[in-house]
Design a protein around this ligand. Sequence first.
Ligand SMILES: Cc1cc2nc3c(=O)[nH]c(=O)nc-3n(C[C@H](O)[C@H](O)[C@H](O)COP(=O)(O)OP(=O)(O)OC[C@H]3O[C@@H](n4cnc5c(N)ncnc54)[C@H](O)[C@@H]3O)c2cc1C
Length: 472
Amino acid sequence: MAMKVQLAGFNVEAALLEETRKRFGEAVTPEVISAAYARISRDPRNVSALRKEARGAVEKARRSNERIVFGLGHASVAEHAVVNLDLTGLSRLAVEELESFRLASYTEKSQRYIRLARDVVVPAEIKEARLEREFRSLVGDLHDAYETAYRSMAASGEDPGRAKEDARYLMPLATATQLGMTVNARELEYVIRRLAGHPLDELRELSRRIFKATKGLIPSLIRYAEPGPHYREMPDAMREIAAMVPRRAAKREPIGASVRLVDVTPEADTRLAAGIIFSARGVSMREAGAAAARLGSKGRGRVIAGALKRIERHDSVWREFETVQFAFEIVLSASCYAQLKRHRIATLLPQPYDPRLGLSIPETFVRAKRVALLRDAAGRAGRFYGSHARKLGRAAEYSLLNAHRRRVLFCLNLRELYHFSRLRSDMTAQWEIRMISDEMCRLAAEAGPFGALLLGGKDGFAEKRRALFPEE
Ligand SMILES: Cc1cc2nc3c(=O)[nH]c(=O)nc-3n(C[C@H](O)[C@H](O)[C@H](O)COP(=O)(O)OP(=O)(O)OC[C@H]3O[C@@H](n4cnc5c(N)ncnc54)[C@H](O)[C@@H]3O)c2cc1C
Protein backbone atom coordinates (compact mmCIF):
# COMPACT_ATOMS: atom_id res chain seq x y z
CA MET A 1 0.00 0.00 0.00
CA ALA A 2 1.44 3.42 -0.97
CA MET A 3 1.84 6.00 1.76
CA LYS A 4 -1.01 8.51 1.98
CA VAL A 5 -1.85 11.10 4.59
CA GLN A 6 -5.36 12.45 4.58
CA LEU A 7 -6.94 14.99 6.88
CA ALA A 8 -9.79 13.21 8.69
CA GLY A 9 -11.08 16.06 10.84
CA PHE A 10 -10.21 19.08 12.97
CA ASN A 11 -11.77 21.21 15.67
CA VAL A 12 -14.12 23.90 14.46
CA GLU A 13 -15.41 26.89 16.41
CA ALA A 14 -18.89 26.30 17.92
CA ALA A 15 -20.94 28.89 15.96
CA LEU A 16 -19.71 27.44 12.67
CA LEU A 17 -20.45 23.96 13.96
CA GLU A 18 -24.01 24.98 14.78
CA GLU A 19 -24.48 26.16 11.19
CA THR A 20 -23.02 22.93 9.87
CA ARG A 21 -25.25 20.90 12.19
CA LYS A 22 -28.32 22.66 10.81
CA ARG A 23 -27.38 21.27 7.42
CA PHE A 24 -25.94 17.88 8.27
CA GLY A 25 -27.63 17.13 11.60
CA GLU A 26 -26.34 14.54 14.03
CA ALA A 27 -23.50 13.43 11.73
CA VAL A 28 -21.56 16.49 12.87
CA THR A 29 -20.06 14.86 15.93
CA PRO A 30 -16.53 13.75 16.86
CA GLU A 31 -18.03 10.31 17.55
CA VAL A 32 -17.81 9.59 13.82
CA ILE A 33 -14.01 9.64 13.95
CA SER A 34 -13.93 7.51 17.11
CA ALA A 35 -16.29 4.95 15.59
CA ALA A 36 -14.35 4.80 12.31
CA TYR A 37 -11.01 4.39 14.07
CA ALA A 38 -12.46 1.83 16.46
CA ARG A 39 -13.31 -0.35 13.47
CA ILE A 40 -9.77 -0.17 12.07
CA SER A 41 -8.71 -2.94 14.40
CA ARG A 42 -11.21 -5.51 13.09
CA ASP A 43 -12.45 -4.31 9.68
CA PRO A 44 -10.10 -4.74 6.68
CA ARG A 45 -11.65 -1.88 4.67
CA ASN A 46 -9.77 1.36 4.08
CA VAL A 47 -10.13 3.84 6.96
CA SER A 48 -11.71 6.47 4.66
CA ALA A 49 -14.47 3.98 3.83
CA LEU A 50 -14.98 3.29 7.53
CA ARG A 51 -15.28 7.00 8.17
CA LYS A 52 -17.82 7.38 5.36
CA GLU A 53 -19.90 4.57 6.78
CA ALA A 54 -19.81 6.00 10.32
CA ARG A 55 -20.78 9.42 8.97
CA GLY A 56 -23.78 7.97 7.14
CA ALA A 57 -25.11 5.98 10.10
CA VAL A 58 -24.47 7.91 13.27
CA GLU A 59 -26.78 5.90 15.51
CA LYS A 60 -25.01 2.71 14.45
CA ALA A 61 -21.65 4.41 15.02
CA ARG A 62 -22.78 5.37 18.52
CA ARG A 63 -23.85 1.83 19.35
CA SER A 64 -20.52 0.58 18.06
CA ASN A 65 -18.65 3.13 20.21
CA GLU A 66 -20.57 2.10 23.29
CA ARG A 67 -19.88 -1.57 22.69
CA ILE A 68 -16.18 -1.06 22.00
CA VAL A 69 -15.40 1.61 24.60
CA PHE A 70 -17.59 0.47 27.48
CA GLY A 71 -18.40 -3.13 26.56
CA LEU A 72 -14.97 -4.33 25.49
CA GLY A 73 -13.00 -1.78 27.50
CA HIS A 74 -11.07 -0.58 24.42
CA ALA A 75 -11.33 2.90 25.95
CA SER A 76 -8.50 4.61 24.06
CA VAL A 77 -10.86 4.82 21.09
CA ALA A 78 -12.64 7.67 22.92
CA GLU A 79 -9.42 9.69 22.74
CA HIS A 80 -10.04 10.35 19.04
CA ALA A 81 -13.00 12.59 19.91
CA VAL A 82 -11.87 15.99 21.14
CA VAL A 83 -13.82 18.99 22.43
CA ASN A 84 -12.92 22.57 23.30
CA LEU A 85 -14.56 24.28 26.25
CA ASP A 86 -14.71 27.98 27.16
CA LEU A 87 -14.82 28.14 30.96
CA THR A 88 -15.59 31.45 32.60
CA GLY A 89 -16.47 32.65 36.08
CA LEU A 90 -14.43 29.96 37.82
CA SER A 91 -12.40 30.72 40.93
CA ARG A 92 -8.64 30.31 40.96
CA LEU A 93 -9.09 27.61 43.57
CA ALA A 94 -11.40 25.64 41.28
CA VAL A 95 -9.09 26.08 38.29
CA GLU A 96 -6.24 24.57 40.28
CA GLU A 97 -8.28 21.44 40.85
CA LEU A 98 -9.45 21.29 37.25
CA GLU A 99 -5.95 21.67 35.85
CA SER A 100 -4.72 18.76 37.91
CA PHE A 101 -6.09 16.59 35.07
CA ARG A 102 -2.98 16.09 33.05
CA LEU A 103 -4.23 14.70 29.74
CA ALA A 104 -5.78 17.95 28.60
CA SER A 105 -4.65 21.39 27.41
CA TYR A 106 -5.42 24.69 29.12
CA THR A 107 -4.82 28.36 28.46
CA GLU A 108 -5.80 30.62 31.28
CA LYS A 109 -6.07 34.34 31.84
CA SER A 110 -2.77 35.38 33.37
CA GLN A 111 -2.82 37.18 36.70
CA ARG A 112 0.72 38.13 35.79
CA TYR A 113 -0.04 40.10 32.64
CA ILE A 114 -3.57 41.40 33.27
CA ARG A 115 -4.52 44.00 35.87
CA LEU A 116 -7.18 42.27 37.92
CA ALA A 117 -10.79 43.32 38.34
CA ARG A 118 -12.87 42.81 41.49
CA ASP A 119 -14.55 39.74 40.17
CA VAL A 120 -14.85 36.93 42.73
CA VAL A 121 -16.69 33.67 43.16
CA VAL A 122 -18.68 33.50 46.40
CA PRO A 123 -18.91 29.76 46.97
CA ALA A 124 -22.14 28.05 48.00
CA GLU A 125 -20.53 26.79 51.22
CA ILE A 126 -19.92 30.37 52.35
CA LYS A 127 -23.45 31.44 51.43
CA GLU A 128 -24.95 28.46 53.26
CA ALA A 129 -22.89 29.22 56.35
CA ARG A 130 -24.27 32.81 56.25
CA LEU A 131 -20.78 34.20 55.93
CA GLU A 132 -21.26 36.02 52.64
CA ARG A 133 -21.15 39.51 54.12
CA GLU A 134 -18.01 38.83 56.11
CA PHE A 135 -16.43 37.19 53.07
CA ARG A 136 -17.32 40.01 50.70
CA SER A 137 -15.97 42.55 53.15
CA LEU A 138 -12.70 40.59 53.35
CA VAL A 139 -12.23 40.25 49.60
CA GLY A 140 -13.24 43.89 49.10
CA ASP A 141 -10.42 44.89 51.46
CA LEU A 142 -8.02 42.57 49.66
CA HIS A 143 -8.88 44.25 46.36
CA ASP A 144 -8.29 47.66 47.93
CA ALA A 145 -4.94 46.43 49.23
CA TYR A 146 -4.09 45.12 45.73
CA GLU A 147 -4.75 48.55 44.23
CA THR A 148 -2.76 50.28 46.99
CA ALA A 149 0.19 47.92 46.56
CA TYR A 150 0.13 48.30 42.78
CA ARG A 151 0.09 52.10 42.99
CA SER A 152 2.83 52.18 45.66
CA MET A 153 5.08 49.93 43.62
CA ALA A 154 4.52 51.93 40.44
CA ALA A 155 5.16 55.16 42.41
CA SER A 156 8.38 53.77 43.87
CA GLY A 157 9.72 53.31 40.33
CA GLU A 158 8.90 49.63 39.87
CA ASP A 159 8.27 48.49 36.31
CA PRO A 160 4.43 48.50 35.88
CA GLY A 161 4.54 44.91 34.61
CA ARG A 162 6.44 43.73 37.67
CA ALA A 163 4.14 45.76 39.95
CA LYS A 164 1.10 44.05 38.43
CA GLU A 165 2.71 40.66 38.67
CA ASP A 166 3.60 41.04 42.34
CA ALA A 167 0.58 42.99 43.61
CA ARG A 168 -1.47 39.88 42.77
CA TYR A 169 0.10 38.16 45.79
CA LEU A 170 -2.69 40.00 47.65
CA MET A 171 -5.51 38.54 45.59
CA PRO A 172 -7.71 35.83 47.11
CA LEU A 173 -8.13 32.34 45.71
CA ALA A 174 -11.79 33.25 45.15
CA THR A 175 -10.73 35.55 42.28
CA ALA A 176 -12.66 34.70 39.14
CA THR A 177 -10.86 33.77 35.97
CA GLN A 178 -11.44 32.28 32.53
CA LEU A 179 -9.74 29.62 30.49
CA GLY A 180 -9.93 27.54 27.35
CA MET A 181 -9.67 23.77 27.69
CA THR A 182 -9.11 21.14 25.02
CA VAL A 183 -9.73 17.57 26.05
CA ASN A 184 -10.48 14.19 24.55
CA ALA A 185 -13.67 12.31 25.43
CA ARG A 186 -11.92 9.67 27.52
CA GLU A 187 -10.28 12.22 29.80
CA LEU A 188 -13.41 14.36 29.76
CA GLU A 189 -15.50 11.55 31.22
CA TYR A 190 -12.86 11.09 33.91
CA VAL A 191 -12.91 14.84 34.68
CA ILE A 192 -16.71 14.80 34.94
CA ARG A 193 -16.72 11.78 37.27
CA ARG A 194 -13.95 12.98 39.53
CA LEU A 195 -15.32 16.50 39.85
CA ALA A 196 -18.82 15.17 40.55
CA GLY A 197 -17.48 13.84 43.84
CA HIS A 198 -15.27 16.80 44.72
CA PRO A 199 -15.58 18.30 48.22
CA LEU A 200 -16.04 21.82 46.75
CA ASP A 201 -19.53 22.68 45.54
CA GLU A 202 -18.11 24.84 42.74
CA LEU A 203 -16.38 21.82 41.20
CA ARG A 204 -19.44 19.61 41.49
CA GLU A 205 -21.37 22.36 39.70
CA LEU A 206 -18.62 22.55 37.05
CA SER A 207 -18.94 18.80 36.53
CA ARG A 208 -22.68 19.11 35.95
CA ARG A 209 -22.20 21.96 33.52
CA ILE A 210 -19.47 20.24 31.52
CA PHE A 211 -21.65 17.13 31.33
CA LYS A 212 -24.60 19.19 30.11
CA ALA A 213 -22.50 21.00 27.51
CA THR A 214 -20.99 17.82 26.02
CA LYS A 215 -23.36 14.92 26.59
CA GLY A 216 -25.56 15.84 23.59
CA LEU A 217 -22.55 16.00 21.27
CA ILE A 218 -20.78 12.80 22.30
CA PRO A 219 -23.40 10.67 24.09
CA SER A 220 -21.76 7.36 23.20
CA LEU A 221 -18.45 8.36 24.77
CA ILE A 222 -19.61 9.92 28.03
CA ARG A 223 -21.56 7.38 29.96
CA TYR A 224 -20.54 7.56 33.60
CA ALA A 225 -20.97 10.93 35.29
CA GLU A 226 -20.93 9.76 38.90
CA PRO A 227 -17.85 8.75 40.86
CA GLY A 228 -17.69 5.48 42.73
CA PRO A 229 -16.84 5.38 46.46
CA HIS A 230 -13.10 5.00 45.70
CA TYR A 231 -12.81 8.68 44.78
CA ARG A 232 -16.00 10.14 46.26
CA GLU A 233 -15.00 8.98 49.72
CA MET A 234 -11.31 9.73 49.33
CA PRO A 235 -11.38 12.49 52.00
CA ASP A 236 -12.91 9.97 54.46
CA ALA A 237 -10.29 7.38 53.56
CA MET A 238 -7.54 9.98 54.07
CA ARG A 239 -8.93 10.84 57.51
CA GLU A 240 -9.01 7.15 58.43
CA ILE A 241 -5.41 6.73 57.28
CA ALA A 242 -4.30 9.84 59.18
CA ALA A 243 -5.82 8.34 62.33
CA MET A 244 -3.66 5.22 61.86
CA VAL A 245 -0.49 7.28 62.22
CA PRO A 246 0.33 8.24 65.82
CA ARG A 247 0.70 11.99 66.32
CA ARG A 248 4.25 11.56 67.56
CA ALA A 249 5.27 9.78 64.34
CA ALA A 250 3.82 12.52 62.14
CA LYS A 251 4.80 15.64 64.00
CA ARG A 252 5.19 18.93 62.21
CA GLU A 253 8.72 20.15 61.67
CA PRO A 254 9.56 23.80 61.18
CA ILE A 255 9.73 24.89 57.55
CA GLY A 256 13.33 24.96 56.49
CA ALA A 257 14.36 25.34 52.88
CA SER A 258 11.44 25.71 50.52
CA VAL A 259 12.87 23.04 48.18
CA ARG A 260 14.14 19.69 49.41
CA LEU A 261 15.31 16.75 47.36
CA VAL A 262 13.66 13.90 49.23
CA ASP A 263 14.44 11.10 46.81
CA VAL A 264 16.62 10.54 43.76
CA THR A 265 17.74 7.58 41.67
CA PRO A 266 20.85 6.27 43.45
CA GLU A 267 24.14 6.87 41.59
CA ALA A 268 22.26 9.15 39.20
CA ASP A 269 25.09 9.64 36.69
CA THR A 270 25.89 5.93 36.59
CA ARG A 271 22.24 5.11 35.93
CA LEU A 272 22.02 7.75 33.21
CA ALA A 273 25.24 6.55 31.55
CA ALA A 274 23.91 2.98 31.76
CA GLY A 275 20.64 4.03 30.10
CA ILE A 276 22.58 5.68 27.27
CA ILE A 277 24.90 2.64 26.88
CA PHE A 278 21.80 0.38 26.87
CA SER A 279 20.53 2.20 23.77
CA ALA A 280 23.92 2.76 22.14
CA ARG A 281 25.40 -0.73 22.52
CA GLY A 282 22.30 -2.92 22.54
CA VAL A 283 23.40 -4.80 25.67
CA SER A 284 21.23 -5.77 28.64
CA MET A 285 20.61 -3.13 31.33
CA ARG A 286 22.69 -5.20 33.74
CA GLU A 287 25.64 -5.20 31.35
CA ALA A 288 25.14 -1.51 30.62
CA GLY A 289 25.18 -0.78 34.37
CA ALA A 290 28.38 -2.77 34.83
CA ALA A 291 29.97 -1.00 31.86
CA ALA A 292 28.98 2.42 33.24
CA ALA A 293 30.46 1.51 36.63
CA ARG A 294 33.75 0.31 35.02
CA LEU A 295 34.12 3.49 32.97
CA GLY A 296 34.76 5.56 36.09
CA SER A 297 33.58 9.09 36.63
CA LYS A 298 35.49 10.58 33.66
CA GLY A 299 34.27 7.91 31.28
CA ARG A 300 30.68 8.36 32.43
CA GLY A 301 31.07 12.10 31.94
CA ARG A 302 32.20 11.47 28.33
CA VAL A 303 29.20 9.21 27.64
CA ILE A 304 26.74 11.77 29.02
CA ALA A 305 28.48 14.66 27.23
CA GLY A 306 28.18 12.59 24.04
CA ALA A 307 24.42 12.56 24.53
CA LEU A 308 24.37 16.36 24.90
CA LYS A 309 26.86 17.29 22.23
CA ARG A 310 24.49 18.17 19.40
CA ILE A 311 21.68 19.63 21.48
CA GLU A 312 20.28 23.08 20.75
CA ARG A 313 18.23 25.43 22.89
CA HIS A 314 14.82 24.10 21.86
CA ASP A 315 15.69 20.39 21.71
CA SER A 316 14.62 18.05 24.47
CA VAL A 317 17.29 15.79 25.92
CA TRP A 318 17.04 12.16 24.90
CA ARG A 319 14.49 9.81 26.47
CA GLU A 320 17.39 7.99 28.18
CA PHE A 321 17.43 10.92 30.65
CA GLU A 322 14.10 9.64 31.97
CA THR A 323 15.95 6.83 33.74
CA VAL A 324 16.86 9.32 36.49
CA GLN A 325 13.98 10.28 38.79
CA PHE A 326 13.68 13.00 41.43
CA ALA A 327 11.17 13.69 44.20
CA PHE A 328 11.20 17.26 45.49
CA GLU A 329 9.23 18.53 48.46
CA ILE A 330 8.41 22.17 47.85
CA VAL A 331 6.71 24.85 49.93
CA LEU A 332 5.39 27.49 47.58
CA SER A 333 2.81 30.25 47.27
CA ALA A 334 -0.50 29.92 45.46
CA SER A 335 0.90 32.23 42.76
CA CYS A 336 3.77 29.89 42.21
CA TYR A 337 1.67 26.73 42.47
CA ALA A 338 -0.54 28.07 39.69
CA GLN A 339 2.51 27.83 37.43
CA LEU A 340 4.07 24.63 38.77
CA LYS A 341 0.87 22.62 38.32
CA ARG A 342 0.92 23.24 34.58
CA HIS A 343 3.82 20.85 34.13
CA ARG A 344 1.98 17.68 33.25
CA ILE A 345 4.78 15.18 32.72
CA ALA A 346 5.25 14.84 36.44
CA THR A 347 3.51 13.63 39.59
CA LEU A 348 2.30 16.45 41.77
CA LEU A 349 0.76 15.77 45.20
CA PRO A 350 -0.44 19.03 46.75
CA GLN A 351 -1.46 19.41 50.39
CA PRO A 352 -4.20 21.98 51.11
CA TYR A 353 -3.17 25.61 51.59
CA ASP A 354 -2.12 26.23 55.17
CA PRO A 355 -1.57 29.70 56.70
CA ARG A 356 0.86 28.07 59.16
CA LEU A 357 3.31 27.70 56.27
CA GLY A 358 3.71 31.48 56.19
CA LEU A 359 3.81 33.76 53.16
CA SER A 360 5.88 34.26 50.04
CA ILE A 361 6.74 37.96 50.04
CA PRO A 362 7.89 39.56 46.78
CA GLU A 363 10.86 41.94 47.05
CA THR A 364 8.78 44.64 45.39
CA PHE A 365 6.69 44.80 48.59
CA VAL A 366 9.91 45.34 50.55
CA ARG A 367 11.12 48.05 48.16
CA ALA A 368 7.74 49.82 48.21
CA LYS A 369 7.63 49.48 52.03
CA ARG A 370 4.36 47.59 51.75
CA VAL A 371 5.23 44.37 53.57
CA ALA A 372 2.95 45.34 56.46
CA LEU A 373 0.07 45.77 54.01
CA LEU A 374 0.59 42.21 52.77
CA ARG A 375 1.04 40.78 56.26
CA ASP A 376 -2.06 42.56 57.59
CA ALA A 377 -4.16 41.38 54.66
CA ALA A 378 -2.87 37.82 55.02
CA GLY A 379 -3.49 37.97 58.77
CA ARG A 380 -7.08 38.99 58.20
CA ALA A 381 -7.63 36.28 55.62
CA GLY A 382 -5.91 33.78 57.92
CA ARG A 383 -8.30 34.70 60.74
CA PHE A 384 -11.32 34.16 58.49
CA TYR A 385 -9.83 30.82 57.47
CA GLY A 386 -9.04 29.83 61.06
CA SER A 387 -12.44 30.84 62.43
CA HIS A 388 -14.46 29.05 59.77
CA ALA A 389 -12.31 26.15 58.54
CA ARG A 390 -14.16 23.64 60.70
CA LYS A 391 -17.49 24.70 59.27
CA LEU A 392 -16.39 25.33 55.67
CA GLY A 393 -13.91 22.52 55.18
CA ARG A 394 -11.79 23.07 52.09
CA ALA A 395 -14.01 26.00 51.06
CA ALA A 396 -12.22 28.07 53.72
CA GLU A 397 -9.28 28.21 51.28
CA TYR A 398 -11.23 30.63 49.03
CA SER A 399 -10.38 33.34 51.55
CA LEU A 400 -6.61 32.81 51.37
CA LEU A 401 -4.24 34.95 49.32
CA ASN A 402 -1.96 34.16 46.42
CA ALA A 403 0.87 34.76 48.93
CA HIS A 404 -0.33 31.90 51.16
CA ARG A 405 1.49 28.64 50.80
CA ARG A 406 1.06 24.92 50.49
CA ARG A 407 3.45 22.00 50.53
CA VAL A 408 3.69 19.69 47.52
CA LEU A 409 5.57 16.62 46.45
CA PHE A 410 6.79 17.09 42.87
CA CYS A 411 8.22 13.98 41.21
CA LEU A 412 9.71 14.23 37.77
CA ASN A 413 12.46 12.70 35.67
CA LEU A 414 15.65 14.35 34.49
CA ARG A 415 14.33 14.84 30.96
CA GLU A 416 11.34 16.77 32.26
CA LEU A 417 13.59 18.71 34.65
CA TYR A 418 15.53 19.89 31.59
CA HIS A 419 12.30 21.10 30.02
CA PHE A 420 11.09 22.64 33.28
CA SER A 421 14.32 24.51 33.91
CA ARG A 422 14.52 25.86 30.34
CA LEU A 423 11.21 27.62 30.96
CA ARG A 424 11.39 28.28 34.66
CA SER A 425 15.05 29.13 35.27
CA ASP A 426 14.91 31.54 32.35
CA MET A 427 15.14 35.31 32.85
CA THR A 428 11.56 35.63 31.53
CA ALA A 429 10.23 33.34 34.28
CA GLN A 430 8.35 34.68 37.28
CA TRP A 431 10.73 35.24 40.22
CA GLU A 432 9.35 32.68 42.69
CA ILE A 433 9.20 29.75 40.30
CA ARG A 434 12.65 30.76 38.98
CA MET A 435 14.06 30.52 42.52
CA ILE A 436 12.48 27.11 42.93
CA SER A 437 13.68 25.88 39.56
CA ASP A 438 17.24 27.14 40.21
CA GLU A 439 17.28 25.29 43.53
CA MET A 440 15.95 22.09 41.95
CA CYS A 441 18.74 22.29 39.36
CA ARG A 442 21.34 22.86 42.07
CA LEU A 443 20.14 19.85 44.05
CA ALA A 444 19.97 17.72 40.90
CA ALA A 445 23.57 18.69 40.10
CA GLU A 446 24.66 17.57 43.56
CA ALA A 447 23.05 14.18 42.93
CA GLY A 448 24.41 13.75 39.40
CA PRO A 449 26.71 16.52 38.11
CA PHE A 450 27.18 15.18 34.56
CA GLY A 451 23.49 14.60 33.94
CA ALA A 452 22.82 18.15 35.10
CA LEU A 453 25.44 19.79 32.87
CA LEU A 454 23.04 21.78 30.70
CA LEU A 455 20.17 22.29 33.14
CA GLY A 456 19.03 25.90 33.33
CA GLY A 457 17.08 28.61 31.52
CA LYS A 458 16.97 29.20 27.78
CA ASP A 459 18.83 32.46 28.28
CA GLY A 460 21.95 30.82 29.73
CA PHE A 461 21.94 27.81 27.42
CA ALA A 462 24.32 29.03 24.69
CA GLU A 463 26.98 30.04 27.21
CA LYS A 464 26.75 26.77 29.15
CA ARG A 465 26.98 24.79 25.95
CA ARG A 466 30.03 26.78 24.75
CA ALA A 467 31.75 26.19 28.09
CA LEU A 468 31.06 22.45 27.81
CA PHE A 469 32.02 22.06 24.15
CA PRO A 470 34.48 24.91 23.44
CA GLU A 471 35.69 23.33 20.19
CA GLU A 472 32.22 23.15 18.60
C1 LIG B 1 6.81 32.76 30.59
C2 LIG B 1 5.57 31.92 30.63
C3 LIG B 1 4.32 32.51 30.54
C4 LIG B 1 3.15 31.74 30.57
N1 LIG B 1 1.93 32.35 30.49
C5 LIG B 1 0.80 31.62 30.52
C6 LIG B 1 -0.49 32.24 30.41
O1 LIG B 1 -0.63 33.44 30.32
N2 LIG B 1 -1.59 31.43 30.45
C7 LIG B 1 -1.48 30.08 30.54
O2 LIG B 1 -2.49 29.40 30.57
N3 LIG B 1 -0.28 29.46 30.65
C8 LIG B 1 0.86 30.19 30.65
N4 LIG B 1 2.09 29.57 30.76
C9 LIG B 1 2.13 28.11 30.98
C10 LIG B 1 2.51 27.37 29.70
O3 LIG B 1 1.55 27.58 28.69
C11 LIG B 1 2.63 25.87 29.98
O4 LIG B 1 1.37 25.35 30.35
C12 LIG B 1 3.61 25.55 31.08
O5 LIG B 1 4.79 26.26 30.91
C13 LIG B 1 3.93 24.06 31.08
O6 LIG B 1 4.73 23.80 29.95
P1 LIG B 1 4.57 22.55 29.05
O7 LIG B 1 3.17 22.40 28.60
O8 LIG B 1 5.60 22.67 27.98
O9 LIG B 1 5.02 21.41 30.12
P2 LIG B 1 4.54 19.95 30.42
O10 LIG B 1 3.09 19.87 30.63
O11 LIG B 1 5.40 19.52 31.54
O12 LIG B 1 4.92 19.13 29.17
C14 LIG B 1 6.27 18.82 28.85
C15 LIG B 1 6.33 18.60 27.36
O13 LIG B 1 5.52 17.48 27.01
C16 LIG B 1 4.88 17.73 25.78
N5 LIG B 1 3.43 17.74 26.02
C17 LIG B 1 2.79 17.61 27.21
N6 LIG B 1 1.47 17.56 27.02
C18 LIG B 1 1.26 17.68 25.70
C19 LIG B 1 0.10 17.69 24.87
N7 LIG B 1 -1.12 17.56 25.37
N8 LIG B 1 0.27 17.83 23.56
C20 LIG B 1 1.50 17.95 23.01
N9 LIG B 1 2.64 17.95 23.74
C21 LIG B 1 2.52 17.80 25.05
C22 LIG B 1 5.40 19.05 25.27
O14 LIG B 1 6.55 18.83 24.51
C23 LIG B 1 5.80 19.75 26.54
O15 LIG B 1 6.73 20.76 26.35
C24 LIG B 1 3.26 30.33 30.72
C25 LIG B 1 4.51 29.74 30.81
C26 LIG B 1 5.66 30.50 30.77
C27 LIG B 1 7.01 29.81 30.89
